[in-house]
Design a protein around this ligand. Sequence first.
Ligand SMILES: Cc1cc2nc3c(=O)[nH]c(=O)nc-3n(C[C@H](O)[C@H](O)[C@H](O)COP(=O)(O)O)c2cc1C
Length: 213
Amino acid sequence: MTNTPLFIPVILGTPRQGRQSEYVAKFLVEQIATRDDVTTELIDIRKVPMTTNDAGESIKDPQFSGTVERADGLIIVAPEYNHGYPGLLKHLLDTCLKEYIHKAVGLCGVSAGPFGGTRVIQNLLPVMRELGLITIFYDLNFSNVQDLFDESGNLIDKPTYIRRLEKFMNELVWMSSVLRYGRQEVNVPASQPSPEVATSMDADAKAVGATSP
Ligand SMILES: Cc1cc2nc3c(=O)[nH]c(=O)nc-3n(C[C@H](O)[C@H](O)[C@H](O)COP(=O)(O)O)c2cc1C
């Protein structure tokens, strides 16, 4: 089994002008880069080329796909929009399938309100499961985010969030390590991943000439 550092990129899940989630994602990348058991990079959704006149694997961006393929785990920074996730984040996630399977994911909710994106996290959970990602049982929450950073984008109460991030990362590293071991060493046929079912259903629909409404 390889002992190379885990690769866990951070997806910044909104393209919105003035997004506060950018400060959060940059803080995570900066802190994670100080660990010697993980390498990371920022995946800014604004920079991933995507058309919006189609969806799914047919609009896969090779660079995003390659990064997720190389990853041992993911962190998703998701702002809460009307208790849900940004549509463009789902659109991006939907462009890959097999790249996610049996990899760990940690969720970071960001909100203007007091609940720290707990509702967007709850709404992301079934999506993660369908993609074949394994969620950890510890989340990061940035509530009242507009009050957390100074005008230069520096977190005001760093020690509190560094402490929480360490707990989150320790769990994510554990899960990512176990899953990497499993992908490399466990020679038991896995049950058929749900995304493959979705793909074959799509092929079946095309075979019988089903058309979109
Ligand atoms: C369309 C939209 C819907 C929003 N809905 C919520 C919400 O349901 N709950 C909440 O706490 N904040 C909500 N917000 C505020 C965001 O959570 C806030 O902008 C926060 O800074 C995180 O998003 P950002 O990264 O886009 O800035 C909403 C913002 C937008 C643009």
